[in-house]
Ligand binder design. Sequence first.
Ligand SMILES: Cc1ncc(COP(=O)(O)O)c(C=O)c1O
Length: 397
Amino acid sequence: MSDFKKYFPIFKQNSNIVYLDSGASAQKPSCVLDGMSKFYSETYANIHRGLYAFSEKSTEMYDEVREKVAKFIGANSSSEIIFTKGTTEAINLVASSFGRLLKTDDEIIVSEVEHHSNLLPWKNLEETVGVKVKYLPVLNDGVLDYDWLKQNISEKTKLVCVTGQSNVLGLKNDVKKIVEVAHSVGAKVLIDGAQLTVHSKVDVSLWNVDFYVFSGHKIYGPTGIGVLYGKYELLDVMPPYQFGGDMVESVSFDDVVFKPVPSKFEAGTPPIAEVVGLGYAIDFLQSVGMDEIEKHGRVLTEYLLEKLLKIDGVKLLSSKDSNSIVSFVIDGVSSFDIGLMLGQKGVCVRVGKHCAEPLHKRLGVESSIRVSFGIYNDESDVDKFIEALNKVLNMLR
Ligand SMILES: Cc1ncc(COP(=O)(O)O)c(C=O)c1O
């Protein structure tokens, strides 16, 4: 597995870097970088417009990636795949569009572990539409309180929005259970797959989720591209989110006829090369295999936890069930000082609230240090991190 570093040019140029911040964004393999460069150099043109070979080839490549994404996450049809800028835009799309079908006193349930991206769009609907947002609590061990969910969900609940895997705790949530409870009262479910998609196999049809979102840049693809999966019958009745070229059948000053999904939700020139890059990233993940990737992440997580727990004063927010993401604090030492000093030693981790401020409040910590693994990490990265952390603590204590 350690061999995977060789596919990532950044590590050739920076052999001393210990990159443990893939949860924020993953590094890019050569196949993505070269594939995008080849696309721009050999075939690039705008899509769905030109009647010449470059445009036809670009359109074909763009549409092929939609098929590839659909298969990758287990969607029934490529029409259910909308390209967005990323997870954040995908959630905002659902909030704006599905949100227009909601009315005052409808309820949305959001968990306490959510990234701000899966919290603020729903809070905004409280102000704009008058829906009520309820918060699904997290128990002390980081597991969601599924009993609370069963007791507090009702026919007023229209949507349940939960992350597939916490970006702080690294714990996966029980998507099937959430869907079962939500569907029992007719509520829809949105799963934030920003962290889950790169570490575990996703199957939206098996889980029967209504919406699933993720970002390209966290799965070894480029920035500026993300995915919204939605069940066709839902996307079909949802109004467009943005308006412009390439999303209409016909326009007059009196009447506008929108194209069917997915085009209805992709106004304007999309990030074409980024879509192509996303396709190469998915090829890369599939060439390794999602089961193999999860196994690799879990082995590394176990190895890290074992070493971390030997350090005086370490308090874990994560647990042994965490999947490639481990957050912790160290008694009496500022996370920011640790992060800064590790950075000076070429060890890249994330410190702060990781855009999950309510969760940090709930756990009673101001901020935390987060280590997150990618496929290129191995035991030697953990060893270097632990060595650097011990040195930093000797200086700070
Ligand atoms: C769980 C989770 N949701 C949403 C996001 C937002 O993703 P993006 O910034 O790619 O839109 C992140 C990013 O860290 C995340 O970890």
